[in-house]
Design a protein around this ligand. Sequence first.
Ligand SMILES: Cc1cc2nc3c(=O)[nH]c(=O)nc-3n(C[C@H](O)[C@H](O)[C@H](O)COP(=O)(O)O)c2cc1C
Length: 362
Amino acid sequence: MSHLFSPLKVKDVTFKNRIGVAPMCQYSSEDGVATDWHMVHLGSRAVGGAGLIIAEATAVSPEGRITPGCAGIWNDVQVEALQPINRFMETHGAVPGIQIAHAGRKGSCARPWDGGTHLKNEDGGYDIIGPGDEPFDSDGVRLWKVPRMMDQADIDRIQTAFVDAAKRSLDAGYKFLEIHGAHGYLLHSWFSPLVNKRNDQYGGSLENRARMMLETVDKVRDVWPENLPLAVRLSTSDWDENGLTVEDNIQMAIWLKERGVDFIDCSSGGASPTSRSSIGNKIGEQIGIAGRIRDAADVMTMAVGTITEAQQAEQIIASGQADFALLARQMLRDPYWAFHAAQELGIDSKQVIPAQNAHFVG
Ligand SMILES: Cc1cc2nc3c(=O)[nH]c(=O)nc-3n(C[C@H](O)[C@H](O)[C@H](O)COP(=O)(O)O)c2cc1C
């Protein structure tokens, strides 16, 4: 029996297997509105057999986009563009998920293939916000823009934007909601001592730095239906002696679980230039952390980071390190990765891919 291909029921949602497509920015939206690219990008991975597909970091407000080409969910036009994509994925057996996000001081960038550095407002950029007013980069070259330090009115506005985004996500047809609390973007930047230097009730102690994330999650949980799963992606380590540790994130996972969060998606890095990048982590490192958080916080976890092989993913689930294996770059190499993994593990592919394909090649 395969653990990777065993279904998982969480609340009213049944995932046909434990393979998820990790959220991946596509930089291909227009005014935050999904395009044909998204239908093919997400739809092909649904046809490829993944049980869960988490759409890219989708901004809750215009200045919350990483780049002007990033996805948004702050208006109804954006919702309407997402509906047919989600209908397609669900029809063909994948649970449609979304990651709602605010980029904080890492917003207003050029697309990666255009250099990825901050854009001046006259070149299509926008003003950015954060827990403080320090730019991400001190060299003044890459992410040089100075964020505006958020006050209580900003905090209220952003939390309301997350709530509205959760409501719109439901209207768009998503059955799984993930809050982006990782990679140095807004919510992580409030939690990390590398960024949050405030001395009010949102800064200082671990409890105070956690407040922005926890208040936001509380408000989102109030509007996201009880019968649908909720996840939070964390940067489970800042990889910096002055930053967040795995232990800090175990505490955060305990607090999140108490608030009705079903999954902790265990990523890492991204808070500052001294931390590691959120993509280039060492093989297996984040997976081990997912296991530690699963045990210590007694919460379901998602493992991510350099998962490429069927046996490797099978082992992650079988060993109890995580409840889901999420793949990002390997899904770009092979949208049919789940189908190929099923073949390798000797699973009847009719359980994995739609009949249109399975009937002929299963
Ligand atoms: C093109 C690309 C876009 C990404 N966009 C996001 C994103 O929107 N949200 C997020 O949390 N992580 C994002 N990531 C990180 C991935 O979700 C994943 O955590 C990371 O790539 C490690 O997994 P991998 O080794 O399977 O690629 C992105 C990664 C890539 C390669």
